[in-house]
Design a protein around this ligand. Sequence first.
Ligand code: BDR
Ligand code: CA
Length: 314
Amino acid sequence: MPTTILLDCDPGHDDAIALFLAAGNPDIDLVAVTTVAGNQTLEKVTRNALAVATVAGLRDVPIAAGCDRPLVRTPETAVETHGESGLDGPVLPAPRLIADPRHGVDVIIDTARSHAPGEITLVATGALTNLALAVRLAPDIVDRVHEVVLMGGGTAGGNWTAAAEFNILIDPESAHIVFTAGWTVVMVGLDATHQALATPDVVERIAAVGTAPARFVVELLDFFGRSYLETQGFPHPPVHDPVAVARVIDAAIVPAERVPLTVELTGTHTLGMTLADRRGPAPADCRTFAATGVDTDRFWGLVVDALERIGDPV
Ligand code: BDR
Ligand code: CA
């Protein structure tokens, strides 16, 4: 049985690849996509989600715009990494889909309530604003969601500050709400995603698929590679967000440790840090997990396989 997921995202180059993986993998049933301001404005990331869904041949999956800013903080984008459009590089096709008129937060609540308890997994690859509002508005969804798998955080430092990762830093209050809601949270953070590097060999494997969606991904990686080199000095870019989807597909590819996690909300230098408490074994009621690494060969194998299955539908 495939795992039913809702993907909450801010495309974003790596979010786009997460969408391709979710769309093409046979063990995932993608039932809804929601967007959140982050890498770019809500308007831009929603347009990008619709364009990527068009390239991936998704036709019947609702795509709804969610929150246009963090709960408390001043909005911050990642224009240095993802460009003015949020998805600079490839030419974006005119979307063949239109956005669902519902608010993304309502789509999260409706989707959780319309599935049997334990059936739906929420995958988040942007700031956690939509999930935080959903769980505040409808606390009953905690018991309906199988688990929340999110790309964000890390236990050994950040990428946007020395302590904090972008998705957590830009809306730490929402992250706190999500981490403490009482559902299972799997944090797929930098400890894992900084291993998921798009090396030239990986780019060649994707290019060899030879389809329009694969070419689109190669163009995404070309821009992403250049921006990661310029902004963070990575010779090959870490492709964060699809690692969260890979965790849902096969937990063995992205192993995780059970460990209490706290989001720093007041630190002068550590705002948005995700602190792992490794003093002794985790308490039996601990429901937070932190990814420890990724089997890169199998991970990229999943991405290539998903693109092969998607074929050429633009
Ligand atoms: C995260 O930040 C965003 O820029 C990426 O899309 C990813 O979700 C990595 O820190
Ligand atoms: Ca993202």
